[in-house]
Design a protein around this ligand. Structure first.
Ligand code: CP
Ligand code: NVA
Length: 303
């Protein structure tokens, strides 16, 4: 049997494959808008392991499978034997005997690699502490819809150099988007991620100045300052991120920019209510595009 194709990081796709998945997502999106059905995944089952909570990832994957004629099973880590200490490698080998594909939201990134190492079916990363590639697929689909392509698009990331940021940095490089990342000292993108993005030819600048980052950007993207699992760091993070809020003042320097956020947002912290409710905000388009992008990814991986 051939090795399954996993999706643990956005650069598990080549540039051509990324375009193919985004094109397929667009096709599914238009088909749905026209009321056409697709049963590309009829009879197939997705297992969904969650060690952390989720609204968008859980509902978009489950709905996507239903819309493609397949089925999804929610496997909360504490509802399966994983929560009682069954090794991940045994969980992976067992699930491989039942389901056609597995999506996992885990804390440690190494653990999604363990799942993949022992799985005979594709493993999809539904967020780890280090990466959120499914979010990046939806982000790139959203940017492409907004701008008509990636050429001459300039994006700014403002805030924490977290999982969403790291995947976006690599995704932007893969897509050919110019990106400036503004993070406080000590909260930047990991060096190996910067290196991977640069190796992909990414036009990437890092700074600690949000104002410099957003100047003339087409897209300004942020995410929470306190990610899942970092709740104990709240006080120190709130101090560190002072001045990094995406608000009306900051956006004066980016008059044409659309504003992105992967959601859930903490209004009043990394972004203001005013900005998220403004005409510039495309956050719910991003959320919707999780569905279309993941339907495309699932059917592509299972082809
Ligand atoms: N953006 C995202 O992954 O949202 P959820 O945590 O709700 O899945
Ligand atoms: N950075 C956030 C993203 C949630 C979708 C977290 O990891 O909690």
């Amino acid at each position: 049997m051939s090795e399954p194709r996993h999706f643990l990081e956005i650069d598990d796709l080549s540039r051509e494959e990324l375009t193919a998945v985004l094109d397929r997502a667009e096709t599914y999106k238009h088909a749905q808008a026209n009321g056409e059905d697709h049963d590309d995944l009829a009879g197939q089952t997705l297992g969904m392991i969650f060690q952390k909570p989720s609204t968008r990832t859980r509902v978009s994957f489950e709905t996507g499978m239903t819309q493609l004629g397949g089925h999804a099973i929610f496997l909360g880590a504490d509802d399966i034997q994983l929560g009682r200490g069954e090794p991940l490698k045994d969980t992976s080998r067992t699930l491989s005997r039942y389901v056609d594909i597995v999506m996992a939201r885990l804390f440690k990134h190494d653990n999604v690699e363990v799942l993949a190492e022992h799985s005979s079916v594709p493993i999809v990363n539904g967020l780890t502490d280090d990466a959120h590639p499914c979010q990046t697929l939806a982000d790139l689909l959203t940017i492409r819809e907004e701008t008509g392509g990636f050429e001459d698009v300039s994006a700014a990331w403002v805030g924490d150099g977290n999982n969403v940021a790291q995947s976006f940095v690599i995704g932007a490089a893969l897509a050919g988007i110019d990106l400036t990342v503004a993070t406080p000292d000590g909260y930047g993108i990991d060096d190996d991620v910067l290196e991977r993005a640069r190796e992909l030819g990414g036009d990437l600048t890092t700074t600690t100045e949000p104002t410099a980052a957003v100047a003339d950007a087409d897209v300004v993207y942020t995410d929470v300052w306190i990610s899942m699992g970092q709740e104990d760091e709240r006080d120190v993070r709130m101090d560190a991120f002072e001045g990094f809020q995406v608000n009306a003042d900051l956006l004066e320097d980016a008059p044409g920019a659309s504003v992105m956020h992967c959601l859930p947002a903490h209004r009043g912290e990394e972004i203001t209510d005013e900005v998220i409710e403004s005409d510039r905000s495309i956050v719910f388009d991003q959320a919707e595009n999780r569905l279309h992008a993941q339907k495309a990814l699932l059917s592509w991986l299972l082809e």
